[in-house]
Write a protein that binds this ligand. Structure first.
Ligand code: CP
Length: 306
């Protein structure tokens, strides 16, 4: 039995197979429409979500399976003090696979250690969000045709943004990927990513504060929201929340084929005028999230479709 806690749980070859499967699902959805008949996915979400929870549920429904779950800690017995370990033991009796989101780093790992079914980390605190990374990789691969030889700018809340941490971990395994880390001083990438991931692997990266200085050289710009829910103090959040706003004027400084990604939800960091620019790919990205989660469910359940 396999779980997914981090994008590194899959080798580069396994990731490639997953992306190819997702691509086939996109092209031939009918072929997969009954692949999970009789199977159940539990979505156990202790934190709010629109895309991750609903795209997991859409993925399982598209595969002919069923879904059950809860969408907040308050609507589960966590509100009565039940531990994640006990909850997953019970969920293992009801479902075949589980996606869990929790505000505490490591909660999904704890669940996986007590589970009798595959567990997918759907976001654990400020740590990792591996299925967002699968979505990001599929989007880049589908729209750019490659995951190597790219310069990617990661902009915004690099401290608390778990999607950024997971994406860096995944992309360092591809040749000639350069990272431009764009953030205010207080939201810089954590030292465990800078030192233990980037520097330890001799990855080409630079840290900058001004988006305008970085944008002309980028192949991909990955914007992120300032993570209000992870701040200790509201004043700091208010001071930093609009530090970056991608406007059409700034986007005009970018390459013609630069791609703008965002894991969403967006607050103010991308102006709505940018949505109509052909380089804005963040809503397509949300659609790719369904295909890649379908591929992931099939892979973890060991189901092959001929
Ligand atoms: N990208 C993402 O995780 O969105 P949700 O919080 O809506 O799931």
């Amino acid at each position: 039995m396999r779980h997914l806690m981090s994008p590194l749980d899959f080798s580069v070859e396994e990731l490639q197979n997953l992306l190819l499967l997702a691509g086939d699902i996109e092209k031939n959805p009918a072929k997969y429409a009954h692949a999970c008949e009789g199977k159940k996915l539990a979505t156990c979400f202790y934190e709010p979500s629109t895309r991750t929870r609903l795209s997991f549920e859409a993925a399982m429904l598209n595969l002919g399976g069923n879904v059950l779950g809860f969408h907040s800690a308050d609507s589960s017995s966590a509100a009565k003090g039940e531990s994640v370990s006990d909850t997953i033991r019970v969920i293992s009796c009801y479902a075949d696979i589980c996606a869990i989101r929790h505000p505490k780093e490591g909660a999904a790992l704890v669940a996986s250690q007590k589970s009798k079914i595959p567990v997918i980390n759907a976001g654990d605190g400020g740590h990792q969000h591996p299925t967002q990374t699968l979505t990001d990789l599929l989007t880049i691969y589908s729209l750019k045709g490659r995951l190597d030889n790219i310069t990617i700018g990661l902009c915004g809340d690099l401290k608390f943004g778990r999607t950024v941490h997971s994406l860096i971990n995944a992309l360092i395994r591809y040749p000639n990927v350069k990272f431009v880390l764009i953030s205010p001083e207080e939201l810089k990438i954590p030292s465990y990513i800078r030192e233990d991931v980037l520097m330890a692997n001799h990855v080409d990266f630079v840290e900058m504060e001004r988006l305008e200085d970085a944008i002309p050289d980028l192949d991909v710009l990955y914007m992120t929201r300032v993570q209000r829910e992870r701040f200790f103090n509201e004043e700091d959040y208010i001071r930093l929340k609009d530090f970056y706003v991608l406007t059409q004027e700034k986007l005009n400084m970018a390459k013609e084929d630069m791609m703008v990604l965002h894991p969403l939800p967006r607050v103010n960091e991308i102006s709505v005028e940018v949505d109509d620019d052909p380089r804005a790919a963040y809503f397509k990205q949300a659609q790719y999230g369904v295909y890649v989660r379908m591929a992931l469910i099939l892979t973890l359940l060991g189901i092959t479709v001929e």
